[in-house]
Design a protein around this ligand. Structure first.
Ligand code: CA
Length: 494
């Protein structure tokens, strides 16, 4: 569990400038350009639906990812990072608030059929960086706003059909951007080969369209932001934090440049779907049709990420920039005959988390059970801003572990899905087990327990034959529920 870690008081009443100046020793940020510039920059790239297995370095999916492989060899690579609630908006809200969904209110995806959105008064990671003197940029998918009428996005499908009639895209007004000054983004639903964005000064009715693959386009903008010609994008005297949130390799899978598909020429779906939990005799039709496109988008993402890393190097910023590569959740791609996410299997909850800070973070693999809520406090602490971690943050600060020092480790990561008649599903991922409880009618429940060491593809549910482990993990889950303000009721043990 994570809550025994102490946190320093959040100095809400201290002005950000003086707090940052205190951090730097003497003087104030405005007067101390050289000192301010010593604060590390942050480049945080999180493509959508990019599963942990889809990096060549992990030696799982047969993907082509030379940039990520090289980057991983220079970084701390987490093998057990978990997307606690593996869908878009809940991940993004946890990332920015450091709080789990029941506490930050983003308990499902934001769209026209839901009432949830990121609350205006949340003190976000980006708000804190802004107040600490950072130049901030956001590129790509935001997905923390609720579309409202008159809609600027198209309805999806016919009203009355499953998922039909729902609107996902929206303009995000400047006052809801939580400190991100440079803005080249949209709420949700990217047409990957014909993307549209609202830029810093766009009106709601005037998005800008581009005719190129969205990830390539966003990398071009990211490189401009990093290189910053004529100080056009940010103040050279300030540190910067750039968040890049491409939509691929998310659906629509077939909207990917052919040159990346061609890199898998000659490979059949049987070559690519190499996980033993995919039934190759009767594969999910979408997996059969699209695994090559999915891996092509992975390879394209890799190429564009590599260009961004090159820009940092060319600008001489490599050493003083923390770079993170992660994702909001994974993609089942035919494993257990499923597609997409939400479920507690590894292909869905397993996210890459690769963090590089040369000469500070030792390169290695680590099985830290990081969740999205831990990212904000850990990054702030790494960046020297631990005094600014809000008191109500629920995630833990694992910066000392990242720096190769000792630190308290969690024994489990929380999994949750809040949709469903009886509160949805809750569970845990430990370094060994995946455990979930789903309540049904009349006190009935389904318990899943997988031993990921003996059964890494999660083919056998061992809950029935291991009541002791189930009891132990149920007790640990109860502590998580208490600490995350979660009213979920675990049906009593039979
Ligand atoms: Ca997503």
């Amino acid at each position: 569990m994570t809550y025994s870690l102490s946190r320093r008081e959040f100095l809400r009443k201290t002005s950000a400038v003086s707090a940052a100046a205190a951090l730097l020793g003497t003087g104030c940020l405005a007067a101390g350009k050289s000192k301010a510039s010593k604060l590390p920059n942050l480049v945080f790239m999180f493509p959508d639906q990019f599963r942990r297995q889809a990096i060549g370095y992990m030696n799982e999916d047969p993907v082509i990812t030379p940039s990520l492989d090289r980057f991983a060899s220079e970084s701390m690579v987490l093998t057990d990072a978990v997307s606690s609630y593996p869908v878009c908006s809940p991940f993004r809200a946890q990332l920015l608030t450091g709080k789990y969904p029941l506490s930050n209110g983003v308990t499902t995806n934001c769209n026209s059929a839901q009432i949830v959105m990121l609350k205006q008064n949340e003190r976000c990671l980006s708000d804190i960086l802004y107040d600490s003197g950072y130049s901030l940029g956001y590129l790509g998918k935001w997905h923390l706003d609720k579309p409202h009428e008159p809609y600027v996005g198209r309805r999806r499908g016919r009203v009355g059909m499953q998922g039909g009639g729902i609107v996902w895209d929206e303009f995000v007004p400047a006052h809801r951007r939580h400190g991100f000054e440079f803005w080249h983004a949209y709420n949700c639903r990217d047409q990957h080969l014909n993307p549209r964005y609202w830029t810093k000064d766009s009106k709601r009715t005037e998005p800008v369209y581009f005719n190129e693959w969205s990830t390539k386009h966003e990398a071009d903008v990211a490189i401009e932001f990093i290189k910053n010609p004529q100080n056009k994008y940010r103040s050279e005297n300030k540190p910067f934090a750039l968040f890049i949130a491409p939509n691929p390799p998310h659906t629509p899978f077939d909207q990917v440049p052919q040159k990346y598909v061609d890199m898998y020429r000659g490979k059949t779906y049987k070559d690519l779907l190499n996980r033993p939990n995919v039934d190759l005799n009767n594969p999910h039709p979408q997996a059969k049709a699209h695994v090559k496109n999915y891996f092509a988008a992975v390879t394209g993402t890799d190429e564009q990420f590599g260009r961004i890393l090159d820009a940092l190097k060319e600008k001489g910023l490599e050493d003083n920039t923390i770079v993170v590569f992660t994702s909001d959740h994974g993609e089942m791609m035919g494993s257990h005959n499923r597609m997409h996410k939400s479920v507690p299997y590894e292909e869905s909850i397993g996210i890459p988390f690769i963090i590089r800070w040369p000469k500070k973070i030792p390169a290695r693999r680590d099985n830290l059970l990081l969740t999205p809520s831990d990212i904000m406090p850990s990054l702030l602490s790494l960046m020297g801003l631990s005094n600014h971690i809000p008191n109500d943050v629920e995630g833990a600060d694992y910066s000392s572990i990242m720096l190769g020092k000792k630190g308290k480790r969690p024994t489990s990561a929380l999994y949750l899905n809040c949709s469903g008649q009886h509160g949805g599903r809750r569970g845990l991922r430990t370094n060994r087990y995946t455990f979930t409880i789903t309540p049904y009618e009349k006190g009935e429940k389904e318990i899943l327990l997988f031993d990921n060491l003996r059964d890494p593809y999660q083919l056998t549910n061992i809950a029935q034959s291991n009541p002791k482990i189930v009891r132990k993990l149920t007790a640990e889950l109860k502590r998580w529920l208490k600490n995350t303000n979660d009213p979920f009721v675990i049906p009593t043990e039979a």
